[in-house]
Design a protein around this ligand. Sequence first.
Ligand SMILES: Cc1cc2nc3c(=O)[nH]c(=O)nc-3n(C[C@H](O)[C@H](O)[C@H](O)COP(=O)(O)O)c2cc1C
Length: 258
Amino acid sequence: MNNYYRRFAVAPMLGWTDRHCRYFHRQLSSCAILYTEMINTNEIINSKYNFNIEYNDDKENLVALQLSGNNSTQLAYCSKLAENYGYNEINLNIGCPSYRAQKGYFGVSLMNNAHLVADNIKAIHDVVNIPVTVKTRIGINEQDHYNFLRDFIGTVSQYSGCKIFIFHARKALLSMYNTRKNLTIPPLNYSHVYHLKKDFPSFLVIINGGIETLEEAQIHLQYLDGVMLGRGVYKNPFILSEVDNNIFGLKKKLILYH
Ligand SMILES: Cc1cc2nc3c(=O)[nH]c(=O)nc-3n(C[C@H](O)[C@H](O)[C@H](O)COP(=O)(O)O)c2cc1C
């Protein structure tokens, strides 16, 4: 499959993009790639029913399962399970700033440990045949200079082979703000993401954060490989009804199922 389908994604949103929401979104766009809520590997492994990840029916194809965790064996196990359930991509969360993530040493805390992230990704790559991607922030606390981000991405890619990255273009502020506030504070910084695409032209770079319209999306798509929208789509899902035509050039009319 070529990577054209990566041009438009709906972001993973815990408590929001559950399978019912994704089913609804799929009625509006057949082309957008949809991301599940973040699911920690422990939740899958300790759950009798694999934490319901088995509910991935064809109607919501293309779907990426977003995992969090830091244990390569567990991540590989859950990824294989997800591949068998028909998910089209495994995405590793390296962006969650929550207290729970900090305590469990997953999410954005792992930006300080590029080698562990690379080991995790490699372990997943070794057992699945679907793409493995990373969603991360552009920095963490005072480590917000471009070189930190470039070195993190360079190391992860060098040791894992990963070349597909999604950037929430806002740094994480640990211990200073709660998770919700860190979705609006500090300001977005798209330039780091654009800079990365220049430094790693062969990588697929997908930008996320604050994009609310297809006009804005189209501007990013002139320079980058994809856009990911979260709250913009959740608050105004009918944006999605324009995506197949506007972003993918598909002339087919939208059919709403009853
Ligand atoms: C309610 C909510 C839940 C979120 N849960 C997740 C999550 O599970 N995994 C993740 O990577 N990001 C999560 N995010 C962050 C979004 O994926 C996205 O990066 C962020 O909202 C910025 O994009 P936007 O401005 O288009 O919303 C969440 C955001 C919101 C608003």
